[in-house]
Design a protein around this ligand. Structure first.
Ligand SMILES: Nc1ncnc2c1ncn2[C@@H]1O[C@H](COP(=O)(O)OP(=O)(O)OP(=O)(O)O)[C@@H](O)[C@H]1O
Length: 278
């Protein structure tokens, strides 16, 4: 079965608050036609899956065998997956099954060995690095296990820096400051804008990390084990936050988790085993 065929756990009549009211039915399944394009851009951007992976395989080089021939490890094996806005998808599976590799391919950080990946109707496989970087900045938010915040910056500055890196200057940068404060409020850190990472708890740092990933208004949110360093209570509240943000901002979220207890918070769940989606 294509993972795109998996039925969401609870469907979405909870999308009223979406900024992007065009979120709609029917959804494109694995075999559906891609959105028509003009000059590389999807005409009906909303109709395209936020992420569409087709027969994606990924092999890493893995040294040489006894005869000196190059060896490879197959991390992804003909993976098909559609992610749609407003749905949080939990990605589970044993260690080494390929979850982080799938995130890296979806984030356009690694090119697959074969198969295609499209973000908002734009196929990534053939794009030059400059265009890929634009997609990473403009369409994709990433949250890794460790928050990776800069020690010298306040929470607000961490967020504004993300906008600056994406090219915001002048009045856009001023707007970014307001957006940073709004996002910090959304993630429950209304009083933490002026604090530096060492003045925050682990859960609060992860919330800053999540808010930063949303600064450039992505439609795709890729999250790798956001609760790895947190206790059960804080883990639950981070997963609840991700689910709420997914629905509120109409994100297509893919969240890797080892913690099956939190899977019911997602709209659907897909499982990897030996590089394949089950
Ligand atoms: N850079 C790399 N070079 C070679 N092999 C790699 C590389 N990264 C991952 N692998 C291999 O690819 C396979 C998939 O790894 P991946 O990290 O995607 O799995 P995972 O499901 O995310 O694991 P975990 O849950 O432990 O983080 C594993 O066999 C791993 O050893």
């Amino acid at each position: 079965m294509h993972a795109s065929d998996a039925e969401p756990r609870h469907r979405a009549d909870r999308h009223e608050g979406h900024r992007h009211a065009e979120h709609h039915e029917p959804r494109h399944g694995a075999g559906s036609e891609p959105a028509p394009r003009t000059g590389g851009l999807a005409v009906d951007d909303a109709a395209a899956a936020a992420l569409s992976a087709r027969d994606v395989s990924l092999e890493y080089p893995d040294g040489t065998d006894a005869q000196g021939r190059p060896r490879t490890v197959r991390a992804l094996d003909r993976v098909c997956l559609d992610l749609h806005r407003g749905d949080m998808t939990a990605l589970i599976g044993p260690s080494g099954s390929g979850k982080s590799s799938l995130l890296a391919v979806a984030a356009a950080l690694i090119k697959p060995t074969s198969g295609t990946v499209s973000v908002a109707g734009q196929e990534l496989t053939e794009l030059p690095e400059k265009e890929l970087a634009k997609i990473r900045r403009g369409h994709t938010g990433m949250v890794f296990q460790q928050p990776n915040l800069l020690a010298a910056l306040t929470s607000r500055e961490q967020l504004v820096l993300a906008a600056h890196v994406a090219g915001a200057r002048g009045k856009d940068l001023r707007a970014a400051r307001s957006r940073a404060d709004e996002l910090l409020e959304q993630v429950g850190l209304v009083d933490c804008g002026d604090r530096r990472p060492h003045q925050l708890s682990g859960g609060q740092r992860q919330r800053v990390n999540i808010a930063r990933a949303l600064m450039n208004d992505p439609q795709l949110l890729l999250v790798d084990e956001p609760t790895a360093a947190l206790d059960q209570e804080r883990s639950r509240s981070i997963m609840e936050l991700l689910a709420n943000l997914t629905h509120q901002f109409s994100l297509a979220s893919l969240v890797v988790t080892h913690d099956t207890e939190f899977v019911p918070l997602a709209d659907r769940c897909v499982r990897m085993e030996d590089g394949r989606l089950q």
